[in-house]
Design a protein around this ligand. Structure first.
Ligand code: CMC
Length: 436
């Protein structure tokens, strides 16, 4: 487990409001910015703080993932993302995120066995898919089916029981690739492919997605499986982003983990978050050729135009997103292996070059993020754009469930209940309809 022990106030700040002074404790994290404890503020002053979008608010203590946005650093349990992407594999990273330490050989083998032997979904779940229109967006299906897991696996929904929490986590991590592959198969009208226990996590997912039962055997390419595994590692967790905060907020009321993860999937879907890789690829296709880039750069800079360069900018990173760097190389490897000559990669590279030199993007510290290159790789692998966010959800399930598990055992955890700056009408008397 994390070696860092709970926070103790090591300093105080003085806040003066209308002549009255209040002492606020300051806590230091193991690394990163200190925080100001405002929990007693309302009780002592009758005032709330105002922070829409939580730009200056730490919502919890966490020992899982650390980001230094200025340096462009991302650590899972202290390990740099670049090292994990190069040397580890997704299930080892999943164990690390869940348990705090890298597994030894026995722990690794047991964890991989447990996940592998839970990949099959309840047979009745197959029929649940039939209720969706065949042209439904795969993320719509994911929200519904993952939410429905609490009905199929009700015996692991007692959140006060550590063993049920462990079983629910195993089931979610194991079954999410199967469900993701099923959404794809459903959308193209092909039969579902059952998981195979002799394949790795990434291989199995590619097999269930691109294999066809009763036809020729689908051979999983090592380069593609490695790239898929890398994409999963890079997307596994990202501290308190919108979807993770959604999972925590849903879980703070005591909701079961399947319902919480479904809430996370819904939050991830938006184009400002997980939907950005789909939006980014659509944008690259719309730009189409290198000579049209200046037109789109101008649109992105025009305040009266809502257009933004998808795959650029990040709430936390004010430097290169370290995940984008890993994927830039992976994009080249995958395209070379597949012999794909995608003009969109040329557009992406040129766009990146121009944006990195443009004063607007430089001054606002807008760098390429993880979604800038992931779409190109996924497209080359044969995934339709509508599946991109599903793959993000698949990988992020590990982070969500790790963060949810951390929250459940946190003694300071309370139901999440923000307050508001009310700007509506004050109390007024009801008017009868004849008099309005
Ligand atoms: N293109 C053009 N201008 C931008 C962009 C962009 N992609 N991103 C931010 N800006 C401008 C924005 O207009 C604002 O300008 P001003 O200060 O003059 O009003 C300034 O930069 C700061 O932007 P913000 O919206 O206040 O920043 P934020 O932290 O609220 O938003 C963001 C972060 C990721 C939502 C935003 O950068 C964005 O919409 N990017 C495009 C979508 C995208 O790629 N999202 C994927 C994020 S990484 C994957 C994930 O973790 O989910």
């Amino acid at each position: 487990m994390a070696k860092y022990e709970k926070t103790v106030a090591d300093d105080t700040a003085t806040l003066t409001i209308r002549g009255e002074s209040y002492e606020l404790p300051i806590y230091g994290g193991s690394v990163g910015p200190d925080v100001l404890d405002i929990r007693a503020l309302y009780g002592n002053t009758g005032m709330f703080t105002f922070d829409p979008g939580f730009t200056s608010t730490a919502s919890c203590e966490s020992a899982i993932t650390y980001i230094d946005g200025g340096k462009g650093e991302l650590l899972y349990r202290g390990y740099p993302i670049e090292q994990l992407a190069e040397k580890s594999d997704f299930l080892e990273v999943a164990y690390l995120l869940l348990n705090g330490e890298l597994p030894n050989k026995e722990q690794d083998a047991k964890f991989k066995h447990d996940i592998t032997y839970h990949t099959m979904v309840h047979e009745q779940l197959n029929r649940f898919f039939g209720g969706f229109r065949r042209d439904a967006h795969p993320m719509a299906i994911m929200c519904g089916v993952v939410g429905a897991m609490s009905a199929f696996y009700h015996d692991s929904t007692d959140i006060s029981d550590p063993e049920q929490r462990r079983v629910a986590s195993t089931r979610l991590i194991a079954k999410i690739p199967t469900i993701a592959a099923m959404t794809y198969k459903y959308s193209i009208g092909q039969p579902f492919v059952y998981p195979r226990n002799d394949l790795s996590y990434a291989e199995n997912f590619l097999y269930m997605t691109f294999g066809v039962p009763e036809s020729e055997e689908y051979k999983v390419s090592k380069t593609l499986a490695d790239a898929m595994d890398k994409i999963f590692i890079l997307h596994a967790d990202h501290e308190q982003n919108a979807s993770t905060s959604t999972v925590r907020l849903a879980g703070s009321s005591g909701a079961n983990p399947f319902a919480c993860i479904a809430a996370g999937i819904a939050s991830l879907w938006g184009p400002a978050h997980g939907g950005a890789n789909e939006a980014c690829l659509n944008m690259l296709s719309e730009i189409g050729s290198v000579d049209r880039i200046p037109e789109y750069i101008a649109k992105a800079k025009d305040k009266s135009d809502p257009f933004r360069l998808m795959g650029f900018g990040h709430r936390v990173y004010k430097n290169f997103d370290p995940r984008a760097k890993v994927l830039q190389q992976a994009a080249h490897d995958v395209l070379a292996e597949l012999g794909v000559n995608d003009p969109l990669l040329d557009v992406a590279q040129e766009l990146e070059k121009i944006a990195l030199e443009d004063p607007y993007f430089v001054e606002k510290k807008l760098y390429p993020n993880v979604d800038f290159y992931s779409g190109i790789i996924l497209k080359a692998m044969g995934f339709p754009t509508s599946m991109f966010t599903v793959l993000f959800a698949l990988a992020r399930t590990v982070g969500w469930i790790s963060q949810w598990g951390e929250m459940i055992v946190d003694p300071t955890q309370k139901i999440g209940r923000p307050r508001q700056l009310f700007i509506g009408e004050g109390a007024r008397d009801y008017t009868d309809i004849e008099n309005r």
